[in-house]
Structure formats: C-alpha cells, structure tokens
Write a protein that binds this ligand. Sequence first.
Ligand SMILES: [Zn+2]
Length: 434
Amino acid sequence: MRRLRLFVLTVVVGSQVIAAESRAAGPDFDRFFTAKALRIDLYHTGDAKEETYSLDEARVEPYWAGNPRNLLDTLNLGSCILRVFDVGTNMMIYSRGYSTLFDEWKTTEEAIAGFPRTFHESLMIPLPKAPVQVRIDTRDRRNVYKTVYDLVVDPADYHVSTERRFADVRVRQLFDGGPSSNKVDVVVLGDGYDQNEMHKLRGDAERLLGALFDTEPFKSRKRDFNVRLIETASSESGVDEPREGKYRNSMFGLSFNTFDISRYMLTFSTKVLQDIVGNVPCDAVILIANTKRYGGGGIYNLYSAGCSNNEFDAYVFIHEFAHAFAGLGDEYYSSQVAYNDLYPKGMEPWEPNITALLDTAKVKWGDLIPEGTPVPTPDDSSHAGAVGAFEGAGYSAKGLYRPCRDCIMFSKRTVPFCPVCRRAIERMIDCYTK
Ligand SMILES: [Zn+2]
C-alpha cells in the first residue's frame, strides 16, 4: 500500500493547464532537471472505446539524450502528447508528441468488436530535481486532445529504482558526431541474430545505414547524428512468422503479421527494448530483423523495424525510419492495411505530409507550392516533380492528398523524399541539434 501513497494520482482541470502553458516559454534545463533520465513504465489497456493506464514502475536511467535548449515540443505530431509540470511552480517544463502501438490497435476490427488488449509503454523525460506531474493527452476522433492519464512522481522517492539492467551490453559506435545534447542519437539493434551472426549484424547495419545516409536530407546532415550499434545475440536465428506457424526466441520479439497484416513486422516487447537501449544515449531506435522476408513498421518516437536480406530492405529501412523519426505518414493508398477509418473524414491528419485539403487556400505545405499550381493538382506529366496536392494518400484513393506525385513515402522504391518530407525531417533534426 505504501506505493499508492507515494504516487499520487491527480486530475488537472483545463484552466490550470492553459495558465501553465502560457508561462512556460523555454524552461531552463538546469533549474528543473539533471542530465540523467526518469523513465515511467505503464500498461495501456483497452479497446476502440475505452482505455486505461496503470503504473508498472518508475526508474532512473543514466542518459537523457534530448536537446536541453528545446524542452517544449512545438511540432505537434503524434497521436499523443506527454506534458510534464513542475509541481512547485505549476510550470510546464517538458513536452513531447509521440504515437503508440495502442493507438493503431484501437482501430482494428478486434478492438472495434470490444476485445481489449494491453501494451507496455515507457515515457522518458529528463530527470527532474523536484516532484513533477506527468500527463498524457491523446487525440480523439475530432483531432482534439483529451487527458487520459495523470501521475505525480517525486524523483527522490525511494521506490524510484536506480538499478541498471543489461549494463554489460556490447556497444559499437558507428558514427560519432559529438555530444548527445547537440546530436540525434540513433541506436541500432539486431533481432533474430544468434551468437554466430554478430558479424552479419555489423555488415547489415553498416550497409543499411549507408543507404540512409546516402539519402537527402540525411546525407547533408550526417554530422548531426551519433549512431551506436548494440550487439545483442538472440537465442535463435530469425523472427516470428505466425501465419507460417514459425516462432523464434529472438531478443526483441519482432513478428510479422502484426495486427494480422502479412508484411507488418513490429514487436510489442518494448520493455526489454527500453531496458537495453537505456544503457546508451538514445533519441531514435532502429531494429533490424534477420529475415529475408519483406516487411517492417515504424511508430513515431517509438522505433522503426525492417528486414535485412530482401531486395527492398534499404527502402524499408529508410521509409520506416522516416515514420518513426519524423512522424511522416504513408503517402500510398493501394495496399491492404489493418486500420478502419484511421483518418476520419473531414479531419486534418497530424502527419506533416498528408492533408485532407479542407481549405484549398491553406495547405499546410502551401509555402512550397509554386504560384499558379492548381490545388488539388492534376496527376499528369505537366506536374511531375512539382509540389502541389495530389489526391491519393494515407491508404485512401479519395479525400486525402500528398505533396508530390512520387516520394519514398509513396513508392516501394528508393526514390528521393519529396520536398515536404525532406523539410519535415530537417525540422526534426533541428529539434535535436539547434
Ligand atoms: Zn513525401
């Protein structure tokens, strides 16, 4: 029962929140935080209609790799936003948009039928010096945030664990751009590589990272990145393919057929993932699966995953990383997906590269559309390569629009990012580096 006393649940009313936000321009990192991280692990349970959170544990991790000059998230991407308030001053001192496995799950047939599931989630914030209120808001069907969870944590509480897990992992620094407070810290992990396949993991990682950093804007901004490979061996080689009846005991539990989509390969074992990446500075996680089969996935601010021995593996690696790192949406509309009504009619998607075009005079990438370009833009050769608003995006042939005829978020090929996607990626790199 002691634990319940120490983690006091509270609910904040809207008016208090607005007051806190208006005062919170550029919180001073050193006033509120130390250089380590506070990790809060939660279980997130529910179906399409209802969701609840429960606390798993709170821990101190050795590294917080974010940008101390940029504590408040102004990009407004993701299905959720985490906000942190200093209890003593009621100031908002940290915020971060992100997406979750749960938010994809809740649009599936099973969730709509009322079958609940549980997902593990970790929140990482810089380690506060004093008690903080941690609040999660999620977007509703009208794209309006509603508060779904509140927790007060005192970092001095002796129930906040300081033990290190997997502290003996082998880390190989592949690029060293400089201090993690000025860089995007990427952590690459292999899944389904056994003891004898560590050399293969190194080779796959170097080849796929080579393809990523050969692609703009990553190519010009390579100095803004640190890349570390954590070499963990799996007990068995390969990853799960449930439809084939193939199950492998791999370190991170990647599996095809996520949400019953053949090529969708994700893992729900995010606790062990976080336990391992917590040993190095980490802003973005990339999982490489030791599999020839085509597939992958990427969740904004969680991780990206892709195959390693397939003719499309470089495309998957770059495309999925763009989902996870920059919150880009899929611009294609021809493939089978698990979601029902992922983008409700009449709502503007939060993804920076998809629009519902609710107002043709105010396209969110309108400053990149040359004057005289018709909006919507006809999908013909006279507009090849131009920025406009082309119908067909976000798994829907009608009612959603993409910026260009082609982009790596549209075609299943290593074509360049369109100018809108390129700018969204650059803005995200700036958040970590400027
Ligand atoms: Zn694009």
